[in-house]
Design a protein around this ligand. Structure first.
Ligand code: GDP
Length: 208
């Protein structure tokens, strides 16, 4: 593949439907899945739009914390993107803030087609307790995870690089697992797309 080839050319995009409860509807699909997780307002909709090169594919949220469903999208009839609800909206009470766990964890526990998760972290913020809980769960479930560090344009080049290294070492990650991205400048789009395509190509792990 030449250096300029697009690792993820999106020819078709179909909304399959929402999953609202951990034991509720989910698509009856055998295609490999990658799920996207992150705190609300982390820039998840923007990153999804950047990846698929559509302006308003995943709605850029106006009211953070309101989208409480898991949304499934089939890409090119070949794989499925799973948009998990943003968690940990700061203005909700502590109890309300924990509401994400049964749905998201329920999905992650019972998804034989899941090849991995892209966990988004804001370049300018410390990981929250919710981020730690999410990460702990992914580790416990041994789910392969990529880390997209969002809004990297908000930091200068040096600070951005230092931040990525800091996150990689704090979480004990390989640098290839951590991709700085900016939906504003498009930085990191191809790198993240390529890492996702690799994840999708891995065989499904055997059912527990
Ligand atoms: P979501 O709640 O995680 O889906 O986040 P959104 O994609 O709706 O973005 C939340 C806010 O961050 C919006 O105001 C976006 O314009 C802004 N934002 C998202 N991505 C970027 C980025 O790469 N750079 C900058 N500067 N702002 C961003």
């Amino acid at each position: 593949m030449s250096a300029t080839a697009d690792p993820m050319i999106v020819r078709s995009l179909e909304f399959l439907g929402p999953m609202a409860n951990h034991d509720g509807w989910r698509p009856d699909s055998l295609l490999p899945e990658v799920a996207f997780a992150g705190r609300s307002n982390v820039g998840k909709s923007s990153v999804l739009n950047m990846l698929v090169r559509r302006r308003a594919f995943a709605r850029v949220s106006r009211t953070p914390g309101r989208t409480r469903e898991i949304n499934f999208f089939r890409v090119n009839g070949e794989f499925v993107f799973v948009d998990l609800p943003g968690y940990g909206y700061a203005r909700l009470s502590k109890d309300r803030r924990a509401e994400w766990r049964p749905l998201i964890e329920g999905y992650l526990r019972a998804s034989p087609q899941l090849r991995g998760v892209v966990l988004l972290l804001d370049a300018r913020r410390e990981p929250t307790d919710d981020d730690q809980a999410m990460l702990g769960f992914l580790v416990e479930m041994e789910i392969p995870t990529l880390f997209a560090i969002t809004k990297i344009d908000k930091l200068g080049p040096r600070a951005g690089e230092a931040r990525v290294e800091e996150i990689a070492s704090a979480l004990d990650l390989e640098t290839t697992q951590v991709v700085p991205v900016s939906a504003k400048t498009g930085r990191g789009r191809d790198e993240l797309a390529s890492a996702i395509m690799e994840l999708l190509a891995t065989p499904a792990s055997p059912a527990p």
